[in-house]
Design a protein around this ligand. Structure first.
Ligand SMILES: Nc1ncnc2c1ncn2[C@@H]1O[C@H](COP(=O)(O)OS(=O)(=O)O)[C@@H](OP(=O)(O)O)[C@H]1O
Length: 519
């Protein structure tokens, strides 16, 4: 049995053989036609010899021979017969249809180019935009998708225009905070806390508890979405109209209502963290509009355990048990790619390593072809880690990406752990209030200091919705926990290291990175 490469090689050789035969055939017909041409116009003999013969004939006859047209042709045929050269079919064609000459030349050129390209394919295999190795275990790299190029181009354009920006929208008609994730890290509880006007007098959440405005931009395909994004279809005013409702405001008066009450609009949508283009798209808004981004995280294994139950029982996505799901190639494949990238990068310099990890993460986020059936079935495109319980628990690349793409992240980006939130909810809310209100204008009546003062006795309400407590008290088996801990080690080490280097990221800044997961 020939393998695929052998088959491809024999196909190429066959094409080359055909091309060789064609060249020989062309050469022969050219020679035949040249001799025919000589016969036609010079009687198959040198011109001087022909002239001498004519002169000789004239002398013998004593007359000047005026030939009629066509007579030469007869002589030529005679001469041709004498030279024993028979015109080939091609030569005849050639004589009757000179256009054929051009067609044949073009054909041979075309065939030549095709052959050259195939030779190049054999000896210098192309670097196609998407290259994947079959053996994922050995592979640590994932080549960038063309989609990534689009995002980079978008980034280059926005960065160019980023200087001296002013907020395109009314300050009060512009969301002040987006909670970008992560799934199963108590983001819903945080949403309800933020929307509690006793805790956050100005904050005003989007209707429903997840706006998902940018998630749905991914529905058709990323290219299409980016076009729509660039055409401003997803701009804040449209977003506000679609996802915020104000019962007390009369129709058409919403803007005035928001401005008068100095409302700070916010929303939470956990899939946003998986959209690498989002901070790039929002890049003109972080500083001028004081847009803030909050990411909630949780102990990686407890988070993925919760997501497993969420997807098994709430979404009915898994019919298998936890171990089988972990073994399922759809998840291990991705995770190994990410894990491989983290391990490989350890030998690189800091800058190189960070760039490499961001490239790999970005490619993974847009790689909808490797193992993204679930995502695509659900109508997502180019956003394929939505149901990936493992990859979503490796926070380091995502934090690195967002931190690097948010303007002035010291002011506009924070991370809050689930554990820190529940360890001391009042303290977490106080820190959040203080951070969110650090831009309050001097003429605003709100008491900034008061908002930053300690808040006693706040207890987060646990909502009754099933998906908000999917594990339902079930504990992860100890041996599985240990295996997973080992798997997540490189990611965790890099995360801790990064948080040490960028202490502003931890909300409140008083906690050390090691305290993130302590209950
Ligand atoms: N008040 C309170 N106390 C303790 N635990 C709480 C609380 N509120 C939410 N949770 C837990 O947070 C998990 C749900 O997170 P999310 O709201 O982010 O889920 S979702 O992504 O919106 O589906 C989910 O975790 P699991 O129970 O492990 O599944 C919830 O139980």
């Amino acid at each position: 049995m020939k393998n695929r490469n052998e088959k491809t090689c024999s196909a190429y050789l066959y094409i080359l053989k055909i091309f060789g035969n064609f060249c020989t055939w062309l050469k022969e017909s050219h020679e035949a036609s040249s001799s025919l041409e000589r016969s036609l116009f010079k009687g198959g003999k040198p011109l001087a010899k022909m002239k001498t013969e004519i002169k000789r004939k004239t002398r013998l006859d004593g007359t000047t021979h005026h030939r009629k047209p066509g007579l030469e042709q007869n002589n030529v045929d005679e001469d041709y017969e004498m030279s024993n050269e028979k015109p080939s079919l091609l030569a005849k064609l050639y004589r009757s249809y000179p256009m054929r000459r051009c067609i044949l030349t073009f054909l041979s050129l075309g065939l030549g180019i095709v052959s050259l390209l195939t030779i190049q394919q054999i000896f210098f295999p192309s670097s196609s935009p998407v290259e994947r190795t079959k053996d994922w275990k050995g592979s640590t790299t994932l080549a960038a998708e063309p989609i990534v190029k689009i995002v980079e181009t978008a980034a280059a354009t926005t960065t160019k225009n980023r200087k001296n920006l002013t907020c395109k929208y009314s300050k009060y008609n512009h969301p002040s905070l987006i909670v970008i994730g992560e799934m199963k890290c108590a983001t819903s509880t945080l949403y309800y806390a933020l929307n509690d006007h006793d805790l956050f007098p100005e904050m005003y959440g989007s209707k429903g508890y997840e706006a998902q405005w940018y998630t749905w931009t991914m529905k058709e395909n990323l290219n299409q979405s980016l076009k729509r994004i660039r055409s401003n279809e997803f701009a804040w005013p449209n977003f506000r109209k679609e996802r915020w409702s104000f019962d007390e405001a009369s129709p058409g008066e919403e803007d005035v209502y928001i401005r008068q009450r100095r409302l700070k609009l916010f929303e939470k949508s956990p899939p946003y963290v998986l959209l690498p283009h989002l901070p790039i798209y929002l890049s003109e808004e972080f500083v001028p509009c004081n847009l803030k981004v909050l990411l909630m995280i949780r102990h990686p294994i407890r988070r993925l355990w919760s997501q497993f139950w969420h997807q098994s029982e709430v979404k009915n996505l898994f019919s298998q048990n936890f171990q089988n799901v972990l073994r399922h190639s759809q998840y291990t494949h991705r995770f190994h790619k990410l894990h491989g990238a983290l391990v490989t990068s350890s030998s690189m310099s800091k800058d190189q390593r960070e760039q490499y990890i961001m490239d790999q993460w970005q490619a993974l986020m847009y790689d909808d072809k490797v193992c993204c059936q679930l995502g695509t079935n659900w109508g997502y495109y180019g956003f394929c880690c939505q149901f990936d319980i493992l990859v979503r628990s490796c926070y380091y690349p995502a934090i690195l990406w967002w931190d690097r793409h948010i303007d002035q992240p010291q002011n506009h980006f924070r991370v809050l752990s689930y554990e820190a939130f529940f360890r001391d909810p009042a303290l977490a809310i106080q820190r959040l209030r203080c951070w969110l209100h650090d831009d309050i204008d001097s003429d605003v009546a709100n008491d900034k200091e008061g908002l930053c003062k300690s808040l006693v006795g706040y207890v987060p309400v646990k909502t009754s919705k099933k998906h908000m407590g999917a594990t339902d008290g079930r504990e992860i088996p100890q041996d599985t926990f240990q295996i997973l801990t080992q798997m997540f080690e490189p990611c965790e080490t890099l995360l801790m290291q990064y948080l040490h280097e960028h202490p502003y990221l931890i909300l409140g800044q008083q906690d050390t990175p090691e305290q993130l997961w302590s209950k």
